[in-house]
Ligand binder design. Structure first.
Ligand SMILES: C[S@@+](CC[C@H](N)C(=O)[O-])C[C@H]1O[C@@H](n2cnc3c(N)ncnc32)[C@H](O)[C@@H]1O
Length: 277
């Protein structure tokens, strides 16, 4: 196996961090070098490269390599029904109020930075339960992420291991009802999949279609951006939201010190008060 040169000078590290920022917006300081090196070294070996200067040249000349790079530098940790509080909020407060105010309208939901799709499918399970109580309730979910590798998992709708175990523990009835197991993987039921579309999207760009989302889950991704990046992303997202639409952020995220067009509602939950346009 080819050895990657051990000492990597500061200029080369900075050039790699700059590529991370350029392609994802993720802000990596020098203390993240060990993490980045740990993620990229195997890729260099696969490409038979022994140093990062050569890798940077490949990155500059190959769009395919940029895709691999994005897959490697992003952190894709997620789980079904992550942060129980927000799912309780959706069930007890958001869905009844939205349904009462929007008879016959389809709820448009965006799982932004969806990773492998557990968040989008959790939302779909909850909405299916609501639909069973209120048959006129309809919904659509768009799941997006910058990394193709994780989107492919979401599109496949097949899960196994830790995340399935987590769902089994937290909501066993949901696992039973909305998945079927083929012995190795648990596959999401077609009745859920039909409501969800996954596609690649960089949060630093606006969505191409002028969608008007009523609910956006933008969780555990702002933490990777610097303040200016967070403001850019939040404004892009806001412009895709209906007036009064709800934004939910991750457990360790807050918009407190950021300039945005969102109003605080309760912890992790914000509302778009301005007209989108
Ligand atoms: C930690 S996961 C969060 C997944 C899910 N939202 C959750 O809370 O469980 C962060 C995701 O953000 C994605 N991401 C990072 N930068 C992005 C960008 N500029 N645009 C879109 N997605 C991005 C990563 O690929 C990763 O899948």
């Amino acid at each position: 196996m080819l050895a990657i040169e051990a000492a990597v000078d500061m200029d080369t590290r900075r050039a790699l961090f700059a590529q991370v920022r350029r392609h994802t917006g993720i802000d990596m300081a020098d203390r993240k070098w060990t993490l980045l090196h740990g993620r990229l070294r195997r890729r260099l070996q696969t490409l038979s490269l022994s140093n990062y200067s050569d890798y940077l040249a490949v990155l500059d000349s190959s769009a395919d390599e940029v895709g691999h790079f994005i897959d490697l530098v992003t952190t894709n940790e997620t789980s079904f029904f992550r942060t129980p509080r927000i799912w309780n909020y959706l069930w007890q407060e958001f869905l009844p109020a939205w349904h009462a105010a929007h008879a016959g309208v389809t709820l448009q939901v965006w799982s932004a930075a969806a990773s492998t799709g557990e968040e989008a499918y959790s939302a779909a399970m909850l909405f299916e339960e609501f639909h069973q109580k209120h048959p006129d309730f309809k919904y659509r979910i768009l799941g997006t992420d910058i990394a193709q590798r994780v989107l492919d998992v979401g599109c496949s709708g097949k899960y196994f291991g830790r995340n399935v175990e987590g769902l089994k523990k937290a909501r066993p009835a949901m696992l039973e009802k909305y998945f079927c197991s083929d012995g190795t993987a648990c596959a999401v039921a077609p009745s859920l999949r039909t409501h969800i579309t996954f596609r690649r999207h960089n949060l630093y760009q606006g969505l191409v279609d002028p969608a008007c989302f009523d609910l956006v889950l933008l969780r555990n991704v702002l933490i990777y951006f610097d303040r200016a990046g967070q403001e850019t992303v939040l404004e892009n997202v806001r412009l895709s939201m209906a007036t009064g639409a709800v934004l939910i952020v991750g457990e360790s995220e807050s918009l407190n010190r950021i300039r945005t067009g969102f109003n605080y509602q309760q912890p992790l939950i914000y509302q778009n008060e301005r007209t989108a346009a």
